[in-house]
Design a protein around this ligand. Structure first.
Ligand code: SF4
Length: 293
């Protein structure tokens, strides 16, 4: 796929948030800034029990081949080029500071992007947002979804949150498998080490085996989950649908799954085996319709 070339790579015509430093490119992804009209979204569907979602970025350079978030892009070219562009919501903090609806709410960071994707290392935007949330009175209850070990960078701020749940996505026990589906993501070991660092600080982490990919050794995987200190795990399969604005799985991942002979029946078998090995950690029945990020 060709690199995505986007108009806003041109010089910017508006004032920049001084605290947001943005690189031009992260790996294969072009990075641009974007001003948005709103930063809080009222969630629906599986997330409807939350009050708001916050996504500091649009797009995601992790470029997972199965990513459902591309299906929520109104722009077909951007959906097609998912993983090759990231937009930084440069006025995210400015909008949050004007908000008076957040105190005491349930807030999720990262419903359609990874808030700790590589550009976060440069911008610190997610970190600033979490810091802002920590200063509200009463504090919101914060959930963070990621598959990035960078999340452990912010342990100091997390300590000041009264209610925090981190969901770390770990999709397989085998990095050779991971590379076939999510080559730009951190290794399984790096993610589990980050989980360990968080849980050792008393931070509650759930492992999202989402989507669960082929597992090489179920017993060893169960031990890895146990050793991470996570307080629970759940698993989901791909979303084979392709409806616009609904969670789906992109064709590349479905083709790879076919080549790997990874089908729903094998997913069920593996997920139930994990549940049998870790009955105290299995948090929900196997759910093929849950969100993946
Ligand atoms: S699944 Fe999550 S981490 Fe992967 S590309 Fe999509 S938003 Fe990014």
């Amino acid at each position: 796929m060709l690199y995505y070339v986007y108009m806003s790579a041109q010089p910017l015509l508006f004032d920049l948030e001084p605290e947001v430093r943005v690189p031009r490119r992260i790996g294969q992804a072009l990075v641009t800034r974007r001003r948005v009209r709103q930063i809080l979204t009222k969630p629906t569907g599986a997330l409807k029990d939350l009050d708001f979602t916050i996504n500091p970025y649009v797009g995601c350079s992790f470029a997972c081949s199965y990513c459902y978030a591309a299906f929520f892009m109104p722009d077909e070219q951007k959906a097609h080029d998912w993983g090759y562009w990231v937009e930084v919501k440069e006025n995210a903090l400015e909008l949050l500071r004007r908000e008076d609806r957040l105190a005491g709410c349930k807030v999720l960071l990262g419903s359609v992007t990874d808030p700790y994707q590589p550009v976060e290392r440069d911008t610190g935007l997610t970190k600033s947002i979490v810091e802002h949330l920590s200063r509200l009175e009463p504090q919101p209850s914060v959930r963070i979804l990621t598959r990035s070990p960078l999340v452990s960078r912010d342990i100091d701020i997390f300590r000041s949150l009264h209610e925090l749940q981190v969901g770390m996505s770990v999709t397989t026990d085998d990095d050779a498998t991971r590379i076939r589906y999510e080559p730009s993501c951190a290794s399984i070991g790096q993610r589990l080490s980050a989980v360990k660092r968080l849980t050792e600080e008393g931070i509650r982490v759930t492992l999202n085996l989402a989507p669960l990919l082929p597992v090489t050794n179920v017993n060893a995987f169960a031990q890895m989950i146990r050793d991470s200190g996570a307080s629970g795990f759940w698993a989901s399969y791909f979303h084979p649908g392709t409806r616009k604005f609904a969670a789906g799985t992109r064709p590349g991942a479905l083709q790879q799954a076919k080549m790997d002979d990874w089908c729903f029946e094998k997913f069920i078998e593996t997920a139930h085996a994990l549940k049998g090995l870790l009955p105290d950690l299995a948090r929900s029945t196997v759910d093929a319709d849950s969100l993946t990020s």
